[in-house]
Every structure is written in C-alpha cells, then in structure tokens.
Design a protein around this ligand. Sequence first.
Ligand SMILES: Nc1ncnc2c1ncn2[C@@H]1O[C@H](COP(=O)(O)OP(=O)(O)OP(=O)(O)O)[C@@H](O)[C@H]1O
Length: 259
Amino acid sequence: MARDVEVILEARGASFSYDYEEVVSGIDLTLSRPADPVGIVGPSGAGKTTLLHLLLGNRRPTTGTVTYRGHAVARLGRREKKTFAGAVRHVSQYGVPTSDPRLTVLKYLSDALKVARKAGRTHATPIEELLAFVALEEHVIDRRIVTLSGGERQRLALAHALATRPDVMLLDEPLTAIDPGLRAEVLRRLADRAQQMSITMLVVSHDIEAIDRLCPLVHVMADGAFVASGSLRDILADPQHPAVVDLAKAAPLVAQRLR
Ligand SMILES: Nc1ncnc2c1ncn2[C@@H]1O[C@H](COP(=O)(O)OP(=O)(O)OP(=O)(O)O)[C@@H](O)[C@H]1O
C-alpha cells in the first residue's frame, strides 16, 4: 500500500534581506516525507546558508513564509519549538560541540538516543550501527570528541542527527573535511539509512559529484533565487543561466558523464 506523503517544511515566496540587501529572493521549496534527497548547489554568496537559516527559523523571512507542518516556523511556541528541534535537524560543516573536553562519543550518541526515545522518535539502532552508517570505526566509541579529527567530527555529527531520527535533515556542506572518495561513500550510506528511516535530506554542497549521485532533484541557486531546478542531467543539458554554465565548467567530468 502506498504511504501517505506529508509536507514537513515549506517555503513559499520566501525572501530575506540583510541591511536592505536581498540575499534570498522568492524561494519556493517543499520538503515532504517520505521523499528523495533534494540538493542545492550554487556559487559562494548565493544565499544557500541563509535559506537554511530561514528553514530553521533562525531568521524570519522579510516577505513570504516558511512553515513547519503548516505553522510559521518563526512563530512557533515554546513547546512546538521543542518538537520542531527534534523533527528538523541541521548539520553544518562545523560538526559537533567541543566545549566539554570530557564528552565521549558514547555519551554524545547515547544522550541523542535517549532524547529521541523521550520524544517518541523511537528506534532501536545500536550505537555501533550508527557509527558504521557514517564509516566511523567502532573503537572511536570511547574516545573524547575533542580528540577526533575534523572529518571524524563531521561524520559523528551526521550519526548524532540520525540518532535523533528527525523528519528532515538539513545538511550544509556536511563533509568538507574528508576526502572525496570517502565522502561519496558516507553520503550514500547515510542516504540509504535515511530512506529506511523515512528521513528527508536537503543537502547543500559545492560537491557536484556527491549531489549528482544522491539527489534526483537539484536546485541551482544564484543571487538568492533558484535559477534552475530538476535533475542535474537535465539542468546541465540545457544551461540557461550563467550560474549553470559555471557549474558545468567547475565539474567538467560530471557534466560530461551526464550528457
Ligand atoms: N550576518 C550577515 N550580515 C550581512 N550579510 C550577510 C550575513 N550573512 C551572510 N551575508 C551575505 O549574504 C549573502 C549570502 O550569504 P550565504 O552565506 O547565505 O551564501 P552561501 O550561498 O551559503 O555561500 P557559501 O557557499 O560561500 O557558504 C552573501 O553576500 C553574504 O555576504
């Protein structure tokens, strides 16, 4: 039987200005569940991170709306905010907290599983399995987080987000600190697991190769707006916007393969 598709997060005509300069312009974006991963690519300064801040409610749209299950994200009450924080997880390139030098991987992930269980987001994924999904070896379990490398911390952040079993994961350049070969593998494992758990991923990245492998739907963002949307193959086959032309130049091998 087909499963119902729920709309989780939605931007409608969402715009945002810093000091009167519009950096996000009229974005329409729907993140439903279940759904395939959605990718956003675009040049530096295009507004990708600012858009994520709007989706997370860290910024309020200057015009337009961002809603979580139909409610304006920027106006959620205290209790709703707690639910929202469990349902919509943000993972940035900066990874995990390092302010507590004694915090171990085990404690960090066990706490996440506890929080998920308390919030009714139950699942029985052992910590060893969570680590395996992000290609971290089991022996890191007793390590203190501060002793992990940058790439290991980034992968731990992804494992932590998985542990909380959100509805949506917003990933902003989640794996910049690991080499491209492993990056594609980690994202693939993560995407498989996310699909099994019915977690929808929005991935912002400059890594066209990874986005291509992962996301059937990609938005190219430039000057605050989506200037092309569709499969990367279709977008690159008919570059209408200079940002798409630049994209094809920046990733010639991907462009060639998709042609
Ligand atoms: N706090 C801020 N105050 C003023 N301007 C800002 C602020 N944060 C970002 N901007 C500007 O908004 C624009 C969009 O920035 P944003 O970080 O969203 O782009 P991006 O597409 O994520 O870039 P990158 O790929 O380099 O991370 C840029 O011109 C940036 O300089």
